[in-house]
Ligand binder design. Sequence first.
Ligand SMILES: [Zn+2]
Length: 217
Amino acid sequence: MLAPVPLLFDQCSMRLITAPLTGSMLAASVYAVKGFYPQWFQAIAFMEEGLLFLAGLIAGIRLPDIDLLLPGFSHRSGITHSCGFAALFVALGFDAIAGGLAIGIALHLSSDMQPKAWTGGALVKLPWFGSIGMLSPLWLLLNIAGCFWILLSMLPAIEGIGRWAVMTVGLLGGIWYFFYEEKKRVLPLITLGFCLLLVHQYRDGRLNVEVVVQYFV
Ligand SMILES: [Zn+2]
C-alpha cells in the first residue's frame, strides 16, 4: 500500500493562498479585457469598479492571516493585520481595489477582536518590537478605523452606477461574511459600527482632539 502523500498545506492554509489569488486573478482579468478587448469591455464597463472592489474584498478577508505562511513573520503580525495593504493600493492609484481590500481587512480584524484570551497568538506583533500586549485590541480598532477612512475617501471618487455597484458588493460581502464565516457576530458588528461612526464623525468635523479633551476634563 502506498503511504499517504504528506500535504504541503492543509485546507485552512490553502484558503489563505486561494482567496488572495482569486482576488488577484479577478482584478487581472478585468484589466486584461480592458486592455486587449476594448470593444468587449464596453459591455461590462459599468461593472468595472464593482468587479475591482469585489476582487479587493475577496483578497482582503484572508490577507491578514497570510503571516501564517510568510517566513520570518509571527502570527498576528502588525504588518499584515493593518490597513497597510489598502493604503498601498490607494498610493498606487487603484482606488476600487483599495476600497475592497479595506472592507475585507476590516471584517477580518473585527473577528480578531474576540480571541479566547488576549495571550500568545492573539496578540499583535510588530517587527523588532515584538508583542504589543494589551495594546493589541487598540491596534486592531485603529486599523479598522483606518480601513473605513480609506473606504469613505474612495467612494466619492467613483461616479454614478459604479458607486452603487461598489456599495452593493460591500454590503453583500458583509452579509455573506457574517452569515457563513463568523458565527459570533455581536462584538465584531459592534466594533465595525463603532469604528465607522468614529471615522464618520471625525470626517464631519464633529469629533476632534479638543472635543475629546473637553469631554474628559
Ligand atoms: Zn487574523
